[in-house]
Ligand binder design. Structure first.
Ligand code: LLP
Length: 412
């Protein structure tokens, strides 16, 4: 993982030893590199033009301290719930830099989005458009919108993280666009700003992005010819990160081409990257509880479970696992498992590691879709989050306590 470095047999994040963090704050614990997070955002910001927007996808990691850091650098935000929107506003984001996606926006969420006058509510269905028009009418205020297209393109990744196929619930199929546009413009309550899409996550093939771009440009051009003043193409997120040995696409190598195609058309670009900004900034630190040998396998039973990091169980996702302080033990092949009572609570199989009974392990690339997808399954307490910048260490979420857990059931 790029934010990590090894010094004298110890693993560091920025200038801080991960072993020291585990000793001081306990495990499991999420640790993020603030400098890596900033560097990732800057990789995007330095590749775009003035009116283009980078709207960090909040769902990938929504800790408010990270949102503040990104907002300070001029990031916009892609949200999928009213609470994500409220968090961004709380973090100091400008409403004109926020887009709101998602197929199930409630009336309450739409009221908030319209009142705050965010950059765009991305329309996901004609039924949703009806609700937006009604809400705008009640509020006597126009809604800023883009239409999210379903491009029917595969992101060539795990089925659960593909969102742009015809069979998926997201976006509007081509044949549905005309009636949406007609309804929106007749209402006089919708300011249609552009065309949006999100093909899916973990994209490593540039051609998919260009195929999607061409489709959006064609649709936008048609609408512009009909007199609609569109000014943005929102290509969504999806740039893949290397969990194993995948070749990452860097923002610049994609954006140069994208921008050169948009430039002559006078269209601005909006992107919604999540994982490629937050993913490689974080690790989940865990302690080995037991080294359990059976006739077939060596299990390393650790103190993190699928409730702390769901990706390996849910998507059979591969995360690198390493020992934070090297020791003299023999290297063996381990199946790394958590304590949760599910066979799927496995972080990796056949991992070659040298382990002691209380070794600390770092599960890499856990900055995106890590803590945000955690739960209290098995009445386990969610781990704390720590932000490191240079030598500075800041706790940005405290560890949950047994009282936190009980309170929601007792205070009713
Ligand atoms: N925009 C929209 C509309 C999205 O639905 C998503 C992700 C993004 C942007 C950001 O995509 P990214 O740049 O992070 O690939 N939990 C899964 C990933 C689900 C992604 C859902 N949508 C995982 O852990 O792999």
């Amino acid at each position: 993982m790029k934010g990590l470095n090894r010094r004298e047999d110890k693993l560091f994040i920025d200038e801080v030893s991960l072993e020291d963090i585990a000793k001081e704050y306990g495990t499991p614990v999420y640790v993020y590199s603030g400098s890596k997070l900033k560097e990732n955002l800057k990789g995007y910001l330095s590749s775009i033009r003035e009116k283009d927007k980078i709207c960090y996808s909040v769902k990938s990691n929504s800790n408010i301290h990270l949102l503040e850091l990104l907002a300070d650098l001029g990031s916009g935000f892609d949200v999928v719930s009213g609470n994500e929107l409220r968090k961004c506003l709380e973090a100091g984001a400008k409403p004109e830099d926020i887009v709101f996606s998602g197929v199930g926006k409630t009336e309450e969420e739409l009221v908030l989005a319209i009142k705050e006058n965010i950059f765009s509510i991305n329309i996901e269905s004609e039924e949703e458009l009806d609700r937006i028009i009604k809400t705008a009418k009640d509020l006597e205020k126009k809604a800023q919108c883009m239409i999210r297209i379903n491009p029917d393109i595969s992101s060539e990744s795990h089925p659960y993280i593909q969102t742009g196929l015809k069979t998926s619930k997201f976006g509007i199929l081509r044949e549905g666009i005309d009636s949406i546009v007609e309804k929106a413009s007749k209402s006089r309550l919708i300011n249609l700003k552009g065309i949006a899409s999100h093909v899916g996550s973990q994209i490593f093939n540039k051609e998919l992005i260009f195929e999607n771009l061409n489709l959006l440009i064609e649709i936008a051009n048609n609408l512009i010819r009909q007199g609609h003043a569109l000014s943005y193409i929102d290509l969504g997120g999806g740039l893949g990160i290397s969990y194993q040995e995948e070749r990452e696409l860097k923002p610049r190598e994609v954006l140069e081409e994208v921008i050169s195609r948009l430039e002559p058309l006078n269209l601005n670009l909006l992107l919604e990257p999540g994982r490629s900004i937050s993913g490689n900034t974080g690790v989940l630190l865990s302690k080995v509880e037991y080294l359990k040998k059976t006739s077939d396998l060596n299990f390393a039973v650790i103190d993190s479970g699928m409730n702390d990091l769901l990706r390996p169980s849910l998507y059979q996702a591969w995360h690198n696992i390493s020992v934070v302080a090297t020791n003299n033990q023999k290297e063996l092949s381990y199946t790394v498992v958590g304590p949760v009572c599910e066979s799927g609570d496995t972080f990796g199989e056949d991992r070659i590691l040298s382990l002691d009974e209380d070794s600390i392990l770092a599960i890499h690339d856990a900055g995106a879709y890590g803590h945000v997808m955690s739960s209290n399954y098995n009445s386990r307490l969610r781990p704390p989050e720590i932000l490191v910048e240079g030598q500075e260490i800041k706790v940005i979420r405290r560890r949950e306590t047994f009282d936190d857990l009980l309170r929601q059931e007792r205070d009713v």
